[in-house]
Design a protein around this ligand. Structure first.
Ligand code: FES
Ligand SMILES: [Fe+2]
Length: 452
């Protein structure tokens, strides 16, 4: 598909305005599939979802279904979930364990490592021109297992994952490292929430990546003091603690987050007072992390997005939410919840209940957000409405907050700087044909220094 002309006239970063076409236009949406979702690194799942040989988990990359598998040699793969014969979905389960994927249409059978191993009537109906070795499942050209989290890209020319996240690694580590401070050690808690929302995928992605102003939507949740244990006001307790909040954006990479910075000397915030065993576990995990900490400051990530569509949070609300495009006005949300492998059953159950109340399709805060994304999408697509751009002028031209010893551009709360960076990155992906333009060597070098 040819690139769409004039995209830069729709994204005016100097004046902080973005055309609504970017959120509603069908042609722009198609271009996003080519320019962004076929090239960027995307979150697939976590190795804890496929612990044994033969395990598989169905995920998505943009609009397309993919299969995450662990083969007989313990190697992890990501395959497009489509038969090479006539395109049937070869796996229609959500997850499980198998030796093979057998296509129900004409019976082609694939090994869990993707090789085509069975074709009915192959002796009598095919000649030498049929080379079975060329017709295995389509595998992603690049996959990364980063501290147990699995990421993949369809572009073999994309930079390595660690370069793609660059200095943002410091923040992302708070999701995949243990709450108790050990490296790695996270796993997915129970199942995954999957549901659809009638909005453009960029609404949730930008809300998570740096939109502190939308907290007003969650006012009712705060007033209800909807704490982790189902009663009691953790938010209130935290407000007394000496913490500072910032928005942090990566200007060249498009990733962003909203952090709560704390002093190492800050005491533990009582959180699960009505559940003494759970409280004991979290207090001791917190103490062991404090003991391992270097320096006097630490942070938790309240909301964040890895460009383009993987949003997450750390602390006790550790979650990964992926906003899969499903049409210009439809998003399929997948929410994974993470927990330390060492978390005892009672604490897991308390977390599970908290996540259900807080996030996902029935969660209090997600419901607040979905109301906004749903009606903002519907009210933006009319002939007249789409003539008027959205406003991203909050703290336009803001200077970074000085003396914060963290990578990235540090904005005060409140600012829309992160969202402007995201659209800068969005425009670069949409307009640039090659990685040399999108990913300058200088950025790659920074990523390497911080990665491996
Ligand atoms: S489509 Fe799968 S065997 Fe024909
Ligand atoms: Fe929200």
């Amino acid at each position: 598909m040819a690139a769409i002309d004039g995209l830069s006239s729709l994204v005016d970063l100097e004046n902080g305005t973005i055309s609504r076409e970017v959120f509603v236009n069908e042609e722009i949406y198609r271009q996003e599939q080519e320019q962004i979702f076929a090239r960027a690194w995307l979150f697939i799942g976590h190795e804890s979802q496929i612990p044994n040989r033969g395990d598989f988990f169905i995920s998505r990359m943009g609009e397309e279904s993919v299969i995450l598998t662990r083969d007989r040699r313990n190697k992890i793969h990501v395959f497009l979930n489509t038969c090479r014969h006539r395109g049937m979905k070869v796996c229609r389960y959500d997850a499980g364990n198998t030796q093979t994927f057998s296509c129900p249409y004409h019976g082609w059978t694939y090994d869990i490592d993707g090789r085509l191993v069975g074709v009915p009537n192959v002796q009598e109906a095919y000649d030498d021109r049929f080379d079975r070795s060329q017709w295995g499942l389509i595998e992603v050209p690049q996959m990364e297992n980063y501290k147990g989290s699995i990421w993949a890209t369809w572009d073999k020319g994309a930079p390595p994952f660690l370069d793609y996240i660059g200095d943002y690694k410091v923040y992302l580590d708070t999701l995949f490292d243990g709450y108790d401070g050990r490296e790695g050690g996270a796993e997915v808690l129970d199942g995954v929430h999957i549901w659809r929302m009638p909005c453009n995928w960029k609404f949730p992605a930008t809300t998570f990546g740096g939109d502190a102003a939308h907290a007003i939507s969650h006012r009712s949740t705060l007033v209800a003091a909807y704490g982790p244990q189902g009663e009691g006001d953790r938010h209130g307790a935290r407000q007394d603690a000496p913490q500072t909040r910032y928005e942090i954006g990566m200007p060249d990479l498009g990733h962003g987050c909203h952090i709560h910075m704390h002093s190492k000397d800050e005491p533990y915030t009582p959180t699960w007072q009505t559940m003494p065993n759970v409280e004991d576990y979290f207090r001791s995990a917190w103490e062991s992390r404090q003991a391992k900490m270097i320096g006097n400051l630490y942070f938790e990530v309240g909301a964040a997005t890895v460009f383009p569509n993987a949003s997450w949070a750390s602390g006790i609300r550790r979650t990964m939410a992926v906003w899969h495009p499903h049409g210009p006005q439809m998003t399929e949300a997948w929410r994974f919840y993470l927990v330390d492998k060492t978390t005892p059953p009672e604490a897991r159950d308390a977390l599970r209940r908290y996540h259900m109340r807080y996030s996902g399709p029935a969660g209090m805060t997600e419901q607040d957000d979905m109301e906004n994304w749903n009606y903002a999408s519907a009210a933006s697509k009319g002939t007249i409405a789409r003539r008027y751009p959205y406003n991203y002028q909050m703290r336009l031209g803001v200077e970074p907050v000085p003396d914060v010893p963290l990578p990235g551009f540090v904005s005060p709360i409140l600012a829309e700087q992160n969202q402007r960076y995201r659209f800068k990155r969005w425009l670069e992906f949409m307009e640039s044909p090659s990685w040399d333009e999108i990913y300058p060597k200088a950025v790659t070098a920074v990523g390497r220094q911080n990665g491996r």
